[in-house]
Ligand binder design. Structure first.
Ligand SMILES: [Zn+2]
Length: 424
């Protein structure tokens, strides 16, 4: 049914080339393909998406003169899913035109990394308290009010974190701003508390981390740890988080999350060896077991390295980038494109429409076309737009998305906003 829907549109569209064919096995909700070049990019992102549980499809473009094919379907319904891959999930908190935050989880199978990007007013009310209490790190782009107004809710549920510190990251003024946020309360009755907060400020070439203790009412900075900043913010069992310094009139950080590569046993290769599955497979996947180790499998001796070469398959982890409140030009733009190149998902601000370019330049933001061109140049899989401005009406938000899709078709508002954009 979906297939015929799309073909019907192709033949009805004056812009569609009759020689362009779409071969579709199963199609996601809505997709626009604007040029042959975009079509091939779209196929690339389809390849990315071919994981268990995702749609499989194929596009074939037989005529290079094809100009525009747009799949039908509700334009403003999100084409994807909050669950970006089997292991990476994104949730946009807050409403369109209001403060936002982005909650990201990376599930390694053994453990879950929980990250919060920025923390606008009221955003954490959308998360269960148990999730807020398990946030591993809050990463701030910058400290304009709309990005930190919800900080008190984060602190309220985490001011006495004992198992591991509450980790906070931000640009070079992070120490100063967050010290004020932490100390802006009366903290008696905390003498017996053993919680702590770690604050890391990140500059272009250097970073600095300090620890503040609950029992001291966060008044003193301990263990000052200055370091050369090489781009890596945080490395955990699940993923690596990196940052890039952007220009928003003030320093602002863009972030990239890269899940560790996954090592799996290839079931077909295992079948060919006729070896029985068992705990020995876990030894193959365990990086701490040296290649030259010998193990017993089905009453025979095998060298781990040889079995690894025969049986293990490595797949790259998913990647996500988070960018908001910045303008980039010249060398800085090239550096940024490299930073987000090929990520599966780019979550990016959509603060200004093309008509308000002057205003955007003055407040160091991007306009719609610039966001779209960034996604296109970097060849990202999917673009999720957030951080909309309340200076615009619903209709204007619709046209902003339309403008972005003209350049980068696989662009969406967050799934969480579907109900608000219903009927669009
Ligand atoms: Zn800002």
């Amino acid at each position: 049914m979906i297939t015929s829907h799309i073909f019907a549109f192709c033949s009805a569209s004056p812009q569609a080339d009759p020689n362009l064919t779409l071969s579709i096995e199963s199609f996601p909700n809505n997709v626009g393909v604007s040029t042959k070049h975009a079509a091939s990019r779209f196929v690339e992102s389809a390849v990315h998406a071919q994981r268990p549980g995702s749609s499989r499809f194929r596009l074939s473009d037989q005529d290079s003169s094809a100009t525009r094919v747009t799949a039908t379907g509700p334009l403003f319904k999100n084409g994807g899913n909050e669950q970006i891959t089997m292991t990476l999930a994104i949730r946009i908190l807050g409403e369109p035109g209001r403060d936002n935050a982005v909650y990201v989880t990376v599930d390694s199978g053994q453990s879950i990394l929980r990250l919060l990007f920025d923390c606008g007013s009221g955003c954490l009310e959308q998360l269960p308290v148990s999730d807020i209490q398990e946030i591993d790190a809050a990463l701030f782009s910058h400290f304009h009010m709309d990005h930190i107004s919800g900080f008190d809710a984060l602190l309220r549920h985490n001011f006495n974190r004992t198992a591991q510190p509450l980790r906070l990251f931000g640009p070079c003024d992070a120490q100063q701003v967050l010290e004020h946020r932490l100390r802006g309360f009366t903290w008696n009755l905390v003498d017996d508390m053993t919680g702590r907060v770690e604050i890391t400020s990140i500059g272009r070439n250097e970073s600095s981390r300090v620890t503040r203790f609950t029992k001291e009412a966060f008044a003193h900075a301990h263990d000052r740890h200055p370091a050369v900043f090489d781009g890596c913010v945080l490395e955990t069992d699940e993923a690596v988080v990196e940052a890039i310094v952007l220009d928003h009139g003030c320093p602002c950080l863009g972030y990239r999350v890269t899940e560790h590569e996954r090592v799996n046993v290839d079931s077909e290769s295992l079948r060919q060896t006729a070896l029985p599955p068992g705990p020995w497979l876990a030894q193959l996947k365990d990086g701490s077991v040296p290649d030259e180790t010998e193990i017993d499998v089905a009453n025979s001796r095998y060298v781990v390295g040889e079995l690894r070469r025969k049986l293990l398959q490595t797949t790259a982890g998913s990647r996500l980038a988070y960018l908001t409140d910045f303008r980039s030009e010249g060398d800085a733009l090239s550096e940024l494109i490299e930073f987000v190149e090929g990520v599966d998902v780019l979550v990016c601000e959509s603060n200004f429409g093309n008509a308000d370019r002057e205003l955007a330049i003055r407040s160091r933001h991007l306009v719609s076309d610039e966001v779209a061109r960034l996604a296109e140049s970097a060849g990202v899989g999917r673009l999720i737009l957030f951080h909309l401005s309340d200076r615009y009406s619903h209709d204007e938000w619709f046209s902003q998305l339309r403008d972005v899709r003209r350049i980068f078709p696989n662009s969406h508002y967050p799934k969480e906003w579907d109900a608000l954009f219903d009927g669009g």
